[in-house]
Ligand binder design. Structure first.
Ligand code: ATP
Length: 309
């Protein structure tokens, strides 16, 4: 690498609460979600080039787009356009966050590319401008910049930091293949209408989503058992409906001693909270032997958002 190269490390997220409101006229759903950044990372390296190029390495590299649909490329172009310059950068993503796994891997790369290009091009873009560009790229991108733990409202892009104590121990069961986020929201609406009749998935018919007080208290006091009991995801039933085998994954982790289990975001990654590091290792070992997932990862959190290395 030359001295001009820039590398940014960016974490994955798990939603410890994901409350989904009714479908709005524009097709989006109002959310109240508590994002939690965990120590599973992608890195995005940026170096000078004559034009924008993008390469990806990692186990899932083959399923990550390398064209302009990649969120890292879109982020570079958005930042360049904002400043009225050409997006001259060679981006390289080292991908460790599961792809289409409900852990915001694409959003993470978008946030990392914003930060990396800003540094490479010496722009000094104000933080609030970076957050505005991030929100235009996608609902989860601002949180990937932010990190830590934060309440996301609106489509998830309006962030409020949430105080926490200590560190929590997570285990992630990575599934074979991804789930499409829009498909999971569509299934959530379908299940709501199946239960409540036509129109029952719409805004006005579903209570406005709000942060759970017990969950916030558990985070503030660092009480893992209380956090485990308060974990919730309104998309979980939809993810399980589309991928019934995830029920076995959730059961395997719970039987192995996890104090909380849920589908991460829109899935199909399943997240398990453990009492401490030793229990997390035991849960990870049991999941690896269970035959209910492709891969098992351990991570602590909360961790900071996208960071220049
Ligand atoms: P979220 O949790 O934000 O809903 P996710 O973790 O389920 O997202 P991603 O890993 O972000 O899903 O990938 C979703 C889709 O986005 C992929 O199938 C891929 O086509 C596309 N994509 C665009 N850019 C990227 C990127 N940098 N890394 C991975 N996928 C990307």
């Amino acid at each position: 690498m030359s001295v001009a190269d820039v590398t940014v490390r960016v974490p994955a997220k798990v939603n410890v609460q994901l409350a989904v409101g009714g479908r709005r006229a524009d097709g989006y759903h109002a959310l109240a979600t508590v994002f939690f950044a965990v120590g599973l990372y992608d890195t995005v390296a940026a170096r000078p080039a004559d034009t924008l190029t993008l390469t990806v390495e990692g186990r899932d590299a083959a399923v990550v787009p390398t064209d302009d649909s990649n969120l890292a490329a879109r982020a570079a172009r958005a930042l360049a356009a904002h400043h009225g310059i050409d997006a001259k950068v060679a981006l390289h993503i080292a991908k460790d966050i599961p792809v289409a796994g409900g852990m915001a891997g694409g959003s993470a790369d978008g946030a990392a590319a914003l930060l990396a290009c800003d540094a490479l091009w010496g722009l000094g873009t104000p933080r609030e401008t970076l957050f505005a560009l991030a929100a235009e790229l996608g609902s989860d991108v601002p949180f990937s910049l932010h990190g830590g733990v934060a309440l996301g409202e609106g489509r998830g892009e309006q962030l409020t930091p949430i105080p926490t104590s200590g560190s929590f121990h997570w285990v992630f069961a990575v599934a074979d293949g991804g789930l499409s986020t829009p498909a999971v929201y569509g299934e959530c609406d379908r299940l709501r209408e199946l239960a409540g009749g036509p129109g029952s998935a719409d805004e006005g018919r579903i209570p406005a989503p709000a942060a759970d007080r017990a969950l916030l208290e558990a985070l503030a006091t660092g009480d893992a058992a209380a956090l485990g009991a308060a974990l919730s995801n309104d998309l979980q039933a939809a993810a399980l409906s589309l991928r019934p085998a995830l029920t076995d994954t959730l059961r395997a982790g719970s039987e192995a001693g996890a104090i909380g289990a849920l589908v991460s975001g829109s899935g199909p990654t399943c997240a398990f909270l453990a009492k401490d590091a030793a229990e997390a290792s035991a849960v990870a070992a049991a999941l690896a032997l269970s035959g209910t997932c492709r891969d098992v990862r351990q991570a602590e959190g909360p961790v900071p958002g996208a960071t220049l290395l």
